[in-house]
Design a protein around this ligand. Structure first.
Ligand code: PMP
Length: 292
């Protein structure tokens, strides 16, 4: 069954859902996006995702032509149209159609696109056995260039790192920042556990303020871990007891090897396994109802 896609207030079947080749989202990567999940008929952390979308837009001086309430309703409507209860929602706001020059003032109206579809999950094997990752040569953008806090359509920095991971035959890449400290992965945040402390890079170190990251930090505190944002080197990764990644699509996913070094015992650690489970339970229980 073909899905229906929201573009600027109208719905189009997938095959007919199109934007102009003059859209600066396409010509220049000028725009922002968001990725949200619905579980069990509810949108998880809806306000957090909508707030981040508007913050990303504001940071690039892009005014989204609708209120947050209207935006939420458009998301719910897209889910209802497609009769979805469990979904991945991709929201894209581009600068809109302009001319061939890069000046955003030539773009009269942003394009608002909402795509809700069934999610393709990572293989269950990853959650049971953990990921083997590498750090890659491509460094995370500096905050003074394209700030990693902005979920912009300019993901080439992350894609270059992903290509390096692909070439090395691993599912994700760990990116370091310009100073060589750990920043994040191409589409996920990274955590380590040392003793009873959970550590993750701060956004000033080049990490997106992941929404899953925030939930993982809350859950970790609840199970007795001390939670801290800290500058991390590759050494800290290598000597960690446990490690995991977080992301809306990936949820909480264990890491068992980094640059050929086994993390802890080389199997998903006990805190990590607890967090994988607690996160899923929370996501299944909470959220904004789609059908009420
Ligand atoms: N870092 C990057 C670069 C990402 O693209 C994402 C996914 N949006 C994340 C981290 C994880 O963020 P979240 O938990 O909000 O999905």
């Amino acid at each position: 069954m073909s899905i229906e896609i929201y573009i600027n207030g109208e719905f189009f079947p997938k095959e007919e859902a199109k934007v102009s080749v003059f859209d600066h989202g396409l010509l220049y990567g000028d725009g922002v996006f968001e990725g949200t999940r619905a579980y069990n008929g509810r949108v998880f952390k809806f306000d957090e995702h909508i707030d981040r979308l508007y913050d990303s837009a504001k940071a690039i001086n892009l005014t989204i032509p609708m209120s947050k309430e209207e935006m939420k309703e458009a998301h719910l409507e897209t889910l209802r149209r497609n009769k979805l209860t469990d979904a991945y929602i991709r929201t894209v706001i581009t600068r809109g159609p302009g001319d061939l020059g890069l000046d955003p003032r030539k773009c009269s109206r942003p394009s608002v696109i909402i795509i809700a579809d069934r999610i393709t999950l990572y293989p269950q094997e990853f959650y049971e056995n953990g990921l083997r990752l590498i750090t890659v040569p491509t460094r995370r953008n500096m905050a003074e260039t394209v700030n990693p806090m902005i979920k912009s359509l300019n993901y080439l920095n992350n894609i270059l790192a992903k290509i390096e991971a692909n070439l090395a035959g691993v599912p994700e890449a760990i990116m370091l920042n310009q100073e060589g400290y750990v920043a994040e992965c191409t589409g996920d945040n990274i955590f380590i556990i040392k003793g009873k402390t959970l550590l993750t890079p701060a956004s000033v170190h080049g990490a997106l303020k992941g929404i899953t990251r925030g939930v993982a930090m809350e859950l970790a505190a609840r199970i007795g871990l001390e939670v801290r944002e800290e500058l991390l080197t590759r050494y800290d990764l290598y000597v960690a007891d446990e490690s995991f990644l977080t992301g809306t699509a990936a949820e909480v996913i264990p890491v068992v090897e980094i640059d050929g070094r086994k993390i802890g015992t080389g199997t998903p650690g006990p805190y990590t396994r607890q967090l994988v489970k607690l996160y899923r339970e929370k996501a299944m229980e909470e959220g904004t109802p789609i059908y009420e």
